[in-house]
Design a protein around this ligand. Structure first.
Ligand code: GBH
Length: 492
């Protein structure tokens, strides 16, 4: 079932952060104008066969030209925070600070200023997957120099925007762009055959790049700018298929460690990978005749440098998955999956959405919040930096499934906060408007606003769910009914 405990009434703390999110490549368009350099996503979408409907982000929502419309949509909804990402190659066309693009600076300055004029607080992601192509040509995240490239770019952003931006996210979902981009090639830069070795090396660089940028902020900017900086990780709520079977319980914990712990254990704990990854990958490497473990090692100095480098835990989550444990070793080529060795299982009774991987399971977000809190300590502030649902109906203004999804999921976040005392500080909905959904192109719609991609002026129209989400925000949750007052939709 998808509903465990009954709907509850109650509100979030007064300083709870409410927002909507987008990402540069998914909304900006203007891929080659005003001095922008190409990113790996420009290259990837321009190559035939990579995107479901053959589409690209060349124009998408055209937010490069229409950002004022976006700000107005949020103002109309009463949205207090806007999470967006910066296009690295719009700011630094060849990826380096040797060549900066004044129009890129002007664009983000104008966006940030109009947000602030409308009382919307920016939350800025530095990296939402669109690496400058010029850096990919030098090996991208597989090159250790990427640690310095990212640090210089981050420094440039803190310096130019940090007077007004007080909430920074270094990386959005590193697991996704590493596994899909450098593992099997479904996402840019489209490299396959990397799941045995490359994904581990790339992660090793990305974690150090994250830590380096955090230290730069901490040492050079924090005192004057007074903001927060952290990382956003993604996970389904993985839980044991049968909670009474020890093998399943272990399998669920193992996949959480392999997906979330891979990044979070070093960053939030002791600077090092989870024990279960170290042991299993070493053993399986030896078994298959590798001279050393495929999982690289951090030096003691690096461990000290990495641990404690996130001011909050950014969490993106959309769905749940159960997992079945097994002792049979998979007889497939060595990979992250065979190192992990669990059998994922999706409950077919759950409702569907516009995306095959996404089935709404509201209680999953509460379970996952509880796991993050107990694993990384309840002093760790958690921000849900993405949560939302898609439809495959591209023109769905009366989006009942989305209205239900937000109501039910946010109510589960409220349970985590009020009943379980989880330290959850904010909730950001994905997404402000329909946009370029990566390899799915424009076939899956996650927006609170409909966008007509056939109309050159890219009009945005609010869907029904905007009203629901606006009301939750202005109520700061689900206040108890006052007699004669308005009644909340609680039928989920
Ligand atoms: C997030 O990724 C992203 O941060 C955001 O940009 C994106 O628009 C949003 O969620 C919605 O997808 O096609 O079966 O191989 C969420 C993690 C990873 C989930 C890739 C879908 C592809 C599954 N996503 N995955 S499949």
């Amino acid at each position: 079932n998808t509903q465990r405990d009954a709907f509850i009434y109650g509100t979030f703390p007064n300083d709870f952060v409410w927002g909507v999110a987008t990402a540069s490549y998914q909304i900006e368009g203007a891929w080659n104008v005003s001095g922008k350099g190409p990113s790996v996503w420009d290259t990837f979408t321009h190559e035939e066969g990579n995107i479901r409907d053959g589409n690209t982000g060349d124009v998408t929502c055209d937010s490069y030209h229409k950002y004022m419309d976006d700000v107005m949509l949020m103002a109309d909804m009463g949205i207090p925070y806007y999470r967006f990402s910066l296009s690295w190659s719009r700011l630094l066309p060849d990826g380096t600070v040797n060549n900066s693009n004044p129009d890129g600076l002007r664009y983000y300055n104008a966006l940030i200023d109009s947000l602030l004029d409308n009382n919307i607080t920016p939350m800025v992601t530095l990296y939402h997957w669109d690496l400058p192509q010029a850096l990919q040509d030098r090996g991208g995240w597989n090159n250790e120099d990427s640690i310095d490239w990212f640090n210089e770019y981050a420094d440039y952003c803190f310096e130019n925007f940090g007077d007004r931006v007080k909430f920074w996210i270094t990386f959005n979902e590193p697991w996704v762009f590493i596994m899909y981009g450098y593992g099997d090639g479904q996402f840019a830069p489209g490299l396959d055959g990397g799941k045995a070795i490359r994904v581990y090396r790339v992660t090793h660089n990305v974690i150090r790049a994250h830590a380096h940028a955090w230290h730069t902020y901490d040492e050079i900017y924090r005192e004057e700018q007074n903001g927060k900086i952290g990382i956003t990780l993604n996970s389904d709520n993985y839980y044991p298929y049968n909670p009474k079977v020890a093998l399943d319980v272990e399998a669920a914990e193992r996949i959480r460690q392999f997906q979330v712990g891979w990044f979070a254990h070093p960053i939030f704990k002791n600077g090092d990978y989870p024990e279960v990854m170290k042991t299993r990958i070493a053993a399986k490497s030896e078994e298959r005749g590798y001279p050393v473990s495929r999982l690289p090692e951090f030096t003691e100095e690096e461990k000290n440098f990495i641990s404690g480098t996130s001011d909050f835990f950014g969490l993106n989550t959309y769905t749940s998955s159960s997992v079945i444990g097994t002792t049979v070793e998979a007889n497939r080529p060595v990979s992250w999956e065979t190192d992990l060795n669990v059998i994922p299982y999706k409950d077919r009774t759950w409702p569907t959405s516009g995306s095959s991987w996404l089935r709404p399971v509201p209680w999953g977000i509460r379970q996952l919040l509880n796991w993050v809190s107990s694993e990384y300590g309840n002093e760790t502030e958690i921000y849900i930096t993405e949560n939302g649902v898609s439809t495959d109906d591209v023109f769905d203004l009366n989006d009942v499934s989305r209205t239900k999804y937000y109501t039910a999921y946010i109510n589960e976040v409220l349970k985590a906060y009020k009943i379980d005392m989880v330290n959850v500080k904010g909730y950001v909905a994905w997404t402000l408007m329909d946009n370029f959904e990566w390899a799915a192109g424009f076939t899956e719609r996650f927006g609170l606003h409909y966008v007509n991609f056939s109309d050159p002026s890219r009009p945005r129209i609010p869907k029904e769910s905007t009203k629901t989400y606006s009301k939750i925000i202005s109520d700061n949750g689900f206040p108890a009914e006052i007699s004669g007052g308005s009644k909340h939709v609680s039928s989920v």
